[in-house]
Design a protein around this ligand. Sequence first.
Ligand SMILES: O=C(O)C1=C[C@@H](OP(=O)(O)O)[C@@H](O)[C@H](O)C1
Ligand SMILES: C=C(OP(=O)(O)O)C(=O)O
Length: 435
Amino acid sequence: MSGHTWTTGPASALAGEIVVPGDKSISHRAIMLAALADGTSQVEGFLEGEDTRATARIFADLGVRIETPNASRRVVHGVGLDGLREAARPLDCGNSGTGMRLLCGVLAGQAFASTLVGDESLSRRPMGRVTEPLAAMGARIDTRDGGLPPLRITGGSRLRGIAYATPVASAQVKSAVLLAGLYAEGETEVREAHPTRDYTERMLAAFGWPIAFEPGRARLAGGHRLRATDVVVPADFSSAAFFLVAASIVPGSRVLLRAVGLNPRRTGLLQALRLMGADIREHAAREQGGETVADLEVRHARLRGIDVPLDLVPDMIDEFPALFAAAAVADGTTRVRGAAELRVKESDRIAVMAEGLRRLGITIDETPDGATIAGGRLDGGEVDSAGDHRIAMSFAVAGAVARAPVRIDDCANVATSFPGFPALARGIGLALAET
Ligand SMILES: O=C(O)C1=C[C@@H](OP(=O)(O)O)[C@@H](O)[C@H](O)C1
Ligand SMILES: C=C(OP(=O)(O)O)C(=O)O
């Protein structure tokens, strides 16, 4: 396991080629759909993170045989849509909102009861956003304190399809409803005011389930089967993001990130960084497992502050901690609005980033749905990641251009999405020590 405290020091030019691990969103979904399919599926490029391993462990607890012939590969012996068995213990989603919310949809359709639990952070995250539409479909799910985990899903309910307009831009909510829709009578439709990542839709289609989808709308009916399919998981853009920012801000840098997934619903940060003046080029764009991937070459550039366009927000929702780090060292002011969702992630990412950047001498004003960040020179100091993987990695990157070492506390959860980050970071020249 990676150390719990990191110290980063000033870095000179970053250089090298790296391959970041597999996409977290796709890895979760690959296990879930392969488990519910008829036949055996291979998953290649599976993210060996704690979040996605928790999902695989849960399906094993539900009676699915999952083999690990080697790291980053899973062989999933699907049990068919109605082949899951009641687990002998509560199902532990760990730190993963994606795992818990998508599983809610799957488990609402089972004949048996299940309990979903999570770690301290996940136990504070809102689940009403999935339990409410699932209840409207006929599911019975009990929560703690009006919407928090643990979740007790009664099972055995007859589900009915619904037409649902999501009140928050959330691929997790959309996916939970669509997955319950597999078990529902009639048609299930989800509409979104702001389109979100469409991996559930794409993967359902790849597993042979009839589904119609376009940005902002997805529609399917119950009563079909999933057919085993091999899945190739591309490298996670959200993990690449830290290196895009690092190489952009450290003078003299040139870093090549190989075969990064560039689903348009994920690459808002790429556009935001380019608006800030970043020099990021895409090479050898190609298809891999139904997704576009490309090699990203990033060179140092002088960044300037921007007003982050509102329509980019859902496409970069996990990248705001990294964007805040870039904004902190850019010339001028960066304004983020329309990003209230950041307050209900693994931590309150607006508050935790603001607190840490202030400790490093940056002026930042919080608003309920964003922040105004005055770019400047970072001092050294001590910051707390609040156990949030993306905050820890963002400060590790920011520390490379601070005047003095930055100590980052509570970094163990980086293993949830990006095991091996410290070694890869050191490999391109970041000075990162773990204790
Ligand atoms: O569907 C997914 O795989 C995810 C959706 C997003 O969450 P929301 O649906 O809560 O926006 C994102 O933050 C998370 O990291 C992964
Ligand atoms: C929000 C995240 O994940 P999840 O919701 O799955 O915990 C994330 O990885 O930044």
